[in-house]
Design a protein around this ligand. Structure first.
Ligand code: GAL
Length: 441
């Protein structure tokens, strides 16, 4: 696993101590809120699971395109089990949390946290931990029997100094090449490309047929694409190195990877900046584009559109990444000062449960984080992903919070934005090396 928390340093210890103190203060504030919240009458009435809160707010960025469907499946279980505790779905639209994270940051800064919010396992979660914005859940991991059901590698990504801070609902694969089988046949492409050279050759053939070779969307999807190209060029180990202090962003290998990425960008639709990930992915199943590189949430969307696996769409590891799982995991947290902590805990229990995960993931297009899921509930793509996960080499996602924290990722966004204007690889590489130096200092 590439993620390394800088545990153990004195500075970090101090930070954690202040986090604990602040955490206690905020938790106390949260309790007060509840008492003064005008819910006095209902608060005294015990409901299912001993919950006295009458509502609970969950924050995510799952508002449509297959993503909302997975969330709705869990909300349906919530409403069955806790009919008197209103589920307040505070999702903010925008793939990969492109808008949600800013809204969340504002709310957390204003001490107005949702009860539970989505956070990616890895560096992104460590931001919230270091800022004291989320609470440790060890006691509940014990109570709910979660320690044995998640892969240890995954638990490590959500743990700092022995404290585990979130409940993962899934594992996504980012490096998936989705393709339109009919377009490949029409263009004389016998099999999905396995290497970058094969990819360019295949895209030339598609272009010659007058179709979009590679559909792409707004900037976070460009970063996602760049990540898969860099992993192809550098390998999982070379990629992992970049996120360590010793990582060499100025190397010739990185130059070559960025050159390849620049070339890939010559095959995409010119209006990419104005398309969502759903718009771009849809071009494949609509027969407008041959390829799209996107996480497997795209499959949840294709299924929601009524499309059929291996008919309307096929898949392969993105070129050059066979055997690598560019992974990420959505997890839910207990906010420090959560106004409805009792209900939030019931939500987290549901997130970690077999029933919850087996309802959520088949619709979301992700494999369950739990190791004991009911495989029969999953479609042909997800069954293949479950098999791949067992044997793959892992590479952590940049675009989805595993290898870089929010601040580093934002600096990379800035550099990428300029590169998309000037196409200057040397300047881009220098800016990326500067970001590395800044965030590993
Ligand atoms: C990722 C998230 C996925 C999916 C995707 C597109 O960051 O982990 O669950 O929602 O964004 O929005």
């Amino acid at each position: 696993m590439p993620f390394t928390a800088k545990k153990g340093s004195f500075k970090f210890l101090l930070l954690m101590l202040s986090v604990m103190v602040l955490g206690g203060l905020f938790a106390a504030c949260g309790d007060d809120d509840d008492d003064e919240g005008g819910q006095g009458a209902t608060n005294t009435t015990e409901q299912a699971g001993g919950i006295t809160s009458t509502e609970m707010e969950v924050f995510s960025w799952w508002t449509g395109g297959g993503e909302a469907k997975g969330l709705e499946a869990m909300i349906a279980i919530w409403e069955r089990d806790y009919p008197n505790v209103e589920f307040n779905n505070a999702a903010v639209a925008g793939g990969a949390g492109s808008n949600a994270k800013a809204v969340l940051a504002q709310r957390l800064a204003a001490n107005d946290p949702p009860d539970s919010f989505q956070g990616h396992a890895g560096a992104e979660l460590s931001d919230y931990i270091k800022a004291g914005q989320i609470q440790a859940l060890n006691q509940y991991y014990d109570e709910w029997g979660l320690n044995d059901v998640f892969p240890q590698d995954l638990i490590d990504q959500i743990t700092v100094d022995g404290k585990v801070y979130s409940v993962p609902v899934n594992i996504h694969r980012a490096n998936v090449l989705w393709y339109n089988p009919a377009i490949l046949t029409e263009a004389g492409i016998a099999a999905p490309p396995k290497t970058m050279d094969e990819f360019f050759a295949a895209m030339d053939k598609v272009k010659a047929k007058g179709k979009t070779a590679l559909s792409l969307g707004e900037q976070w999807t460009v970063k996602h694409l760049m990540e898969t190209v860099m992993i192809a060029e550098l390998g999982a180990d070379g990629w992992a190195d970049l996120w360590t202090k010793a990582g060499d962003w100025k190397s010739a290998n990185v130059t070559k990877a960025l050159d390849t990425f620049k070339k890939v960008m010559t095959y995409v639709n010119s209006d990419y900046a104005s398309l969502t990930w759903q718009d771009a992915a849809k071009q494949v199943v609509d027969g407008k584009a041959a390829f799209n590189i996107m996480g497997d949430w795209a499959e949840g969307y294709f299924l929601e559109l009524g499309k059929k696996a291996n008919v309307d769409y096929g898949w392969a590891a993105s070129p050059g990444t066979a055997g690598i799982y560019d992974w990420l995991s959505d997890s839910f947290t207990l906010a420090t000062g959560a106004p409805h902590e009792d209900a939030a805990l019931a939500w987290l229990k549901l997130c970690g449960s077999k029933e919850g995960q087996d309802a959520f993931n088949p619709a979301k297009g992700s494999i369950p984080a739990r190791k004991d899921a009911d495989v029969n509930k999953y479609g042909v793509y997800l069954k293949s992903a479950m098999d791949d996960w067992k044997t793959a080499t892992l590479a952590g996602s940049l675009a989805h919070g595993v290898v870089a924290n929010n601040a580093w990722s934002t600096d990379i966004d800035g550099a990428l934005g300029l590169f998309l204007q000037n196409k200057d690889v040397a300047k881009f590489q220098t800016a990326l090396a500067t970001a590395h130096a800044t965030h590993t200092a």
